[in-house]
Write a protein that binds this ligand. Structure first.
Ligand code: HEM
Length: 415
């Protein structure tokens, strides 16, 4: 059996003793854009390490690119079933996730494929290309608004949050006024300090979306929600709660992630002026720069969790049925076996094969949309405000800690 094969095995390694001295997981980033320092040592030693979760359970942390990619691809052995009691979670508030993510992130096999098929046609490259003028108009308006503020101004609040929510509202065909509600609830679900508040944010959003679906039935158009209503709800394939939960999945998938990329991406570009100068000289480098930002920042590092469905040997270790598995996209994307000088931010490198959008059956549904939003936003921002700079020293930038996604609370800028 090759080192990275994920073939089930009858043999099973003994579970680590509870007293075994293990790293607690998650470890935290010291710098907003670099993965936790511990990853490097672990990845140098072996592709898989055991870590201890907040609730005392032990899980496998996968840190090398080859194994991570192979395990992403093997959804039969490494399940996304959030309802499985053995599914690993990283914080108390995530106990809330099954309820709201079960319609997509948390499903396996055919039920998952059928849900994806309902949404995919709207997220193809071709469809997203058609959205570019709308995204550009949103970016232009938000940058006008940024420029109308006294400086310093918080880029996360003025650009980072509204851009993805306004774009997804337009795609869904729901009124622009709703976008603030989306931002607040998406934040509430992903960042609530405790389970109770996370549950409340999720339930409020769901109740509200069920009403949106009802209202939309009388106002159908050429948008994603109208398609879901005519093709799924009206045919009896989905209930209005299920349609609403699919919308929650899109929000959870697309809101905070894009907000984080806008804040951290701007910071990274400002902190690497040589790289920013290259984009200014030659805007055709922008798509490569966005791809490198995705690799370099790997903001969804703490979200790609699985549970093993059988005993299986990977790289000489036996993962047992029911073991939790964490596929670290940040560690894989900084693996020197896959990327030369992985810790340097180089927009001209080929970042191809990075795993920031995951890989395999659950690979990010919104990746084309995310790329288009980031290319348009960064391109327009640095063209229109060439003197943009941080308004506080780098060490005062307020990083999110103990949250599900890596990112910034705010980013004060001036020009
Ligand atoms: C901007 C940066 C983004 C990052 C870093 C990101 C990252 C990811 C990752 C790593 C996954 C795989 C999860 C897994 O394997 O368990 C994923 C899935 C997903 N993403 Fe994204 N995402 C981004 C933007 C978006 C956007 C803009 C949308 C849509 C509006 C979106 C919607 C989704 C959905 C619906 C899934 C679930 C797919 C499935 O389970 O089949 N994402 N994303």
């Amino acid at each position: 059996m090759s080192d990275t094969s994920t073939t089930p095995t009858a043999a099973s390694a003994s579970a680590p003793a509870a007293s075994e001295d293990l790293h607690s997981y998650p470890m935290r980033r010291g710098c907003p854009y670099d993965p936790p320092a511990e990853y490097t040592g672990m990845s140098e030693k072996a592709p898989l390490s055991r870590v201890r979760l907040y609730d005392g359970r032990i899980a496998w942390l996968v840190t090398q690119h080859k194994e991570t990619r192979a395990m992403f691809a093997d959804a039969k052995l490494f399940s996304s079933d959030h309802d499985n009691p053995a599914f690993p979670i990283l914080a108390e508030r995530e106990k809330n996730f099954p309820e709201f993510t079960q319609e997509l992130f948390g499903l396996d096999g055919e039920p998952h494929r059928s849900r994806r098929r309902m949404l995919l046609p709207r997220f193809t490259n071709k469809q997203v290309e058609r959205l570019r003028p709308m995204i550009q108009a949103v970016a232009d308006e938000l940058i006008d608004e940024l420029l109308s503020h006294e400086t310093p101004v918080d880029m996360v609040a003025v650009l980072g949050r509204p851009l993805p929510s306004r774009v997804i509202c337009q795609m869904l065909g729901i009124s622009y006024e709703e976008h603030e509600l989306f931002e607040v609830h998406a934040q509430g679900i992903m960042q609530a300090p405790d389970l109770e508040q996370a549950v409340r944010a999720g339930q409020e959003l769901l109740d509200y979306l069920v009403q949106v679906v009802d209202a939309k039935q009388h106002d159908l158009g050429d948008d994603l929600l109208s398609t879901l209503i005519t093709e799924q709800l009206n045919t009896g394939a989905l209930t209005s709660i299920e349609v609403s939960k699919l919308m929650v999945a899109l929000l959870i998938g697309g809101q905070e992630t894009t907000t984080s990329m806008i804040g951290l991406g701007t910071l990274t570009l400002l902190e690497h002026p040589d790289q920013l100068a290259l984009i200014r000289e030659d805007p055709s480098l922008l798509p490569g720069a966005v791809e490198e930002l995705m690799r370099f920042l790997s903001i969804a590092d703490l979200t790609t969790l699985r549970v093993a469905t059988a005993d299986v040997e990977v790289a000489g270790q036996t993962i047992k049925k029911g073991d939790g598995v964490i596929l670290s996209t940040a560690a894989a994307n900084r693996d020197a076996r896959a990327f030369e000088a992985p810790d340097s931010f180089d927009i001209r490198r080929s970042s191809q094969g990075h795993l920031a959008f995951g890989h395999g059956p659950h690979r990010c549904l919104g990746e084309n949309l995310a790329r288009a939003e980031l290319e348009i936003l960064f391109g327009t921002l640095f063209e229109r405000i060439p003197t943009l700079r941080l308004a506080v020293p780098m060490d005062e930038v307020s990083m999110k800690v103990d949250m599900t996604l890596e990112g910034l609370h705010d980013l004060p800028v001036t020009w």
